[in-house]
Design a protein around this ligand. Structure first.
Ligand code: NDP
Ligand code: 2IT
Length: 451
């Protein structure tokens, strides 16, 4: 099959980029039948074109610690595809960042952004810089040095970054400030900006809220709702925090949170007061989730790399919202989730489930919303931030939230169109999201010729 031939070429070209190959294989698996039925894509060799980024930049980022030590990190930006709009996607600062990871994230972003219904192309960037243990002055110097190179490639109609792991309001502020200084221009070149300098209401909340809205849409197809549901959440950063907030607003109960050191289990549920503690702990003091267990006298389990599974996913519940990082759910974890009663998985993180785990979910016929559909709320409100910047206006909280709800429902609808099997009475949201996202990008590429 054409998809297999192209995948072999991708593997041969980038054998050292496992996460990128994983993301491509997942999309190609979903596309097989659709591509055979629509020969125009093969004729224009769209698959081989769509897996190759438009361009990639890799650069040195030198900076100085407070003690005067000279540090060197690697920065990068992958401008993946701009068939339907300017390159759009976050920046990740984490020691694990390499080109393969940024390419996987950029590739996912292309199809995710197509699903949002907004005119957004796909890109991603970042650095192997580790913000942990650095103070504000060091983070600022790093961000300024990073921007001294990256600014050349950005622009409100060209490439518009945002946050991701390790990049939040503080980092966006420092990078936007340096961009503005270098260009002498105040434009909407970042999203996730501060509210009083061009940011959008609900952008910080949008990924978590969106993942919960997507779960709600999936539950509606079974005449069910989130009310009274017990939920597992991993991570304790931006996405996890606002997932917990929205769950509790909709009558559900989040009972876990984690960071790379371990997880907490609070059977009474993480209520408003406890969430406020988490936000202060993580966003202001930048401490570890273990402190939650000490403060509220609940169970904490340290991460154990010797285990073949993560015990967080073995806690009994109805729904799961993986919101930390890629491949945090392996096959055993997926089996444990299903065994523990979980029948809704809405992915706040990008590619948190390994392919073997995804197969467990699809076989068990649970409601499984993959990241590129379920976490698209973040980039959607980024798109709305760009619209507001172009209009030089800001919309109310209610208006942005209403639009976000509408977009998540529209994404769900697209997944149903391409993923629902009448015979099985089951929606394969992975296939739905991949085919729906791909079709929009591929058709735009066909219209625009060989560029
Ligand atoms: P944050 O940096 O705010 O939080 C990340 C959380 O995940 C932290 O609790 C962190 O723990 C944990 N984590 C990160 N890497 C690892 C790892 N290798 N192993 C274990 N735990 C880890 O990031 P976000 O909340 O913004 O992002 C979380 C996920 O959501 C990512 O997959 C991101 O790509 C995705 N996403 C984010 C969007 C956004 O708008 N921010 C939009 C769509 C998707 P620790 O502090 O110990 O590292
Ligand atoms: O993975 C993602 O969608 C993000 N990190 C958000 C991207 C954005 O441009 O808001």
């Amino acid at each position: 099959m054409y998809v297999d031939e192209v995948f072999e070429k991708v593997k041969a070209r980038d054998p050292d980029q496992p996460e990128f190959l994983q993301a491509v294989e997942e999309v190609f698996t979903s596309l097989g039948e659709f591509i055979e039925e629509n020969p125009q894509y093969k004729k224009a060799n769209i698959l081989e074109r769509v897996v190759e980024p438009d361009r990639m930049f890799i650069f040195r980022v030198p900076w100085e610690t407070n003690d005067g030590e000279v540090m060197v990190n690697r920065g990068m930006r992958v401008e993946f595809n701009n068939a339907i709009g300017p390159y759009k996607g976050g920046l990740r600062f984490h020691p694990s960042v390499n080109l393969g990871i940024i390419k996987f994230l950029g590739f996912e972003q292309v199809f995710k952004n197509a699903l949002t219904t907004l005119p957004l192309g796909g890109g991603k960037g970042g650095s192997d810089f580790d913000p942990k243990g650095k103070n504000d002055a060091e983070v600022m110097r790093f961000c300024q040095s990073f921007m001294n190179e990256l600014y050349k490639y950005l622009g409100p109609n060209t490439d518009v970054p945002a946050g991701d792991i390790g990049v939040g309001a503080r980092e966006i502020g420092f990078m936007f400030g340096q961009y503005k200084r270098l260009k002498n221009e105040f434009t909407g070149v970042f999203t996730g900006k501060g509210l009083n300098w061009g940011g959008s209401l609900i952008r910080p909340e949008a990924t978590g809220y969106g993942a919960v809205y997507f779960a709600d849409e999936m539950l509606k197809t079974r005449g069910d709702s989130l009310d009274g549901k017990v939920c597992l959440v991993s991570g304790s950063g931006n996405v996890a925090q606002f997932t917990v907030e929205k769950l509790s607003q909709l009558g559900a109960k989040a009972i876990t949170l984690s960071d790379s050191s371990g997880f907490i289990h609070d059977p009474d549920g993480i209520d408003e007061e406890k969430l406020a503690f988490v936000m202060e702990l993580k966003n202001v003091r930048r401490g570890r989730i273990k402190e939650y267990a000490e403060k509220f006298k609940v169970q904490y389990a340290a991460a154990d790399p010797k285990l073949d599974h993560n015990p967080l996913w073995a806690v009994e519940a109805d729904c799961a919202f993986p919101s930390a990082t890629q491949n945090e759910i392996n096959e055993v974890d997926a089996q444990n989730l299903v065994k523990g009663g979980v029948f809704v998985i809405s992915e706040g993180a990008n590619m948190p489930t390994a392919p073997e785990g995804a197969n467990v979910f699809l076989k068990a016929k649970v409601l499984y919303g993959p990241g590129k559909a379920a976490n698209a709320g973040g980039v959607s409100v980024s798109g709305l931030e760009m619209s507001q910047n172009s209009l030089r206006l800001s919309w109310s909280r209610e208006e942005v939230d209403e639009r976000l709800r509408g977009i998540m429902a529209a994404i769900h609808e697209q997944c149903m169109i391409y993923g629902y099997d009448e015979k099985d009475k089951y929606c394969d949201y992975v296939k739905g999201a991949n085919v729906g996202g791909f079709k929009k990008v591929a058709d735009a590429m066909l219209d625009q010729g060989l560029v």
